[in-house]
Design a protein around this ligand. Structure first.
Ligand code: SF4
Ligand code: SF4
Length: 460
């Protein structure tokens, strides 16, 4: 599969100025009229932000498949090209494309669509706010696509659940030289340990208790080392198996610096047993054990910040990640894998739950992305030698309500509860901002180093 360049749009950065449309119209239309632009910036009144109507240069383009004259085709350069010589002006393609990517131009007398300006899109060059970026869509695939998928096909997850995505990508990157531990939760429930004596994945798997994943992995890793084998000891655990009853063994292994890669898949509850609340469940959320009624309005406590707790253990590596930002996720997996050769590595993945959080199964990635863009889930990483760094800018987030309104579990929230969540999100972001910028009086960068009882100055 070859890399496919595409134009990515970030609604959080778009202010609707229309510079991209003017640039496109002057480059591509006969009259320079923005009505002829091949990119259209439109306001989404319901979502409250600007959106884009533009050709996505689809891998399997609907416009091409509905065209009776074969006037549209995907080229080797990734661009879906229109052939004036074949087009019969039937306009069927304009109905075939659901993205508004191809439209009839009265001035030109035929359909027009984006051709990416031969690799130098004028709309992208004109966008000073960075809302448009020219990216290579298959970069990730080209880099990692040859690695083996170590889970069998047909895992039995809920429709739209992104846990399978996490399981497949994590194991694909970590590789076959791995022993996997999956305590009770959605991951074994989905079939990683298999059914009827069959194994659900292609590496050795064991199924510890909810409480002892990290201590069992400790023993397994040490025994392999004793035998002269350098295997990756990997945990894929839910937030209950990591942060609630599993925390004592997790904390102990982290404090001892065991050479383990521990991935927490945080879906904010005990979702495979009926959506009960956990320590990670957000304040105000409906769960089976924090119901809505005359005297109860969802969970009464704030969620604990498990990745920050892990950072204060002084682990070799701690990071947060999201399936909506896969390149960031892969980079952090790589760093965590490397760090687990020296000590304890912890990766915290935000994992929206379609059934327990009550949102449509097609929206999982949108929910994950909005969580990050509203600062509800901040992406950061901690390395022993560098301290905490933010993975993306958190200074201009979308309103927290953009995230809350996506989820049925928050539908009942009253204004006071929303204000409480907004304040909590702002406070957490501020804590991370300050940790990321921590400086001594001399202006030098400070990190918490586990081998010292005091903060150390990095620049000394
Ligand atoms: S015009 Fe529409 S269907 Fe055709 S490639 Fe572009 S986005 Fe896809
Ligand atoms: S208008 Fe042209 S490109 Fe579009 S479907 Fe008809 S023949 Fe194909």
């Amino acid at each position: 599969m070859s890399a496919t360049p595409t134009i990515a749009f970030d609604p959080a950065r778009c202010d609707g100025c229309g510079d991209c449309m003017r640039a496109c119209a002057s480059a591509k239309s006969t009259h320079g009229n923005t009505a002829q632009s091949r990119i259209r910036i439109v306001h989404d009144d319901e979502a409250g932000h600007w959106g884009v109507a533009q050709c996505r240069q689809c891998g399997d383009p609907r416009c091409a498949s509905v065209c009776p004259a074969a006037a549209l085709a995907k080229g080797d350069d990734g661009v879906v090209a229109w052939d004036a010589g074949r087009c019969v002006n039937c306009l069927i393609c304009t109905a075939g494309c659901t993205f508004g990517g191809i439209a009839f131009s009265a001035d030109e007398g035929h359909v027009v669509k984006c051709d990416q300006c031969a690799g130098a899109p004028q709309c992208v060059a004109a966008c000073t706010r960075g809302a448009l970026r020219y990216v290579t869509a298959a970069k990730l695939y080209n880099r990692w696509g040859e690695l083996e998928d170590l889970f069998v096909p047909g895992l039995g997850g809920c429709q739209g659940c992104n846990t399978e995505l996490i399981m497949r990508h994590t194991l694909r990157r970590v590789g076959p030289n791995t022993v996997l531990a999956t305590p009770p939760g959605c991951i074994p429930g989905m079939g990683s340990v298999g059914y009827n004596g069959m194994l659900g994945c292609k590496v050795p798997v064991f199924h510890p208790l909810l409480t002892n994943t990290a201590s069992m992995l400790t023993g397994i890793r040490r025994q392999h080392k004793r035998k002269g084998r350098n295997v990756t000891a990997l945990a894929l655990a839910g937030d209950g198996g990591a942060g609630d009853v599993g925390f004592q063994s997790l904390s102990g292994a982290a404090e001892r610096g065991e050479q383990i890669l521990f991935v927490c898949v945080d879906n904010e509850g005990y979702m495979n047993t009926g959506a009960q609340r956990s320590g990670s469940t957000t304040y105000g959320a409906w769960t089976a054990t924090t119901p809505i009624g005359d005297s109860a309005r969802g969970k009464a406590q704030d969620a604990k910040n498990l990745p920050l707790l892990m950072m204060w253990h002084g682990c070799e590596y701690v990071a947060t990640a999201s399936t909506a930002f896969m390149e960031d996720f892969y980079a952090k997996l790589e760093a965590a894998l490397d760090a687990s050769e020296r000590g304890f590595a912890y990766l915290h993945l935000y994992s929206p739950c379609t059934s327990g959080w009550r949102f449509p199964s097609a929206s999982n990635i949108e929910v994950a992305r909005t969580a990050v863009e509203t600062n509800f889930a901040v992406l950061w990483e901690y390395r022993r030698e560098q301290g905490l760094t933010l993975s993306r800018d958190i200074d201009d987030p979308l309103p927290v309500t953009d995230y809350l309104k996506l989820l049925g579990k928050f539908r009942h929230l009253d204004p006071a509860q929303i204000a409480h969540i907004e304040q909590h999100v702002a406070e957490q972001a501020q804590v991370l901002r300050e940790l990321a910028g921590m400086r001594s009086r001399e202006g030098k960068r400070i990190v918490c180093h586990p081998s010292d009882s005091m903060a150390v100055d990095l620049d000394q």
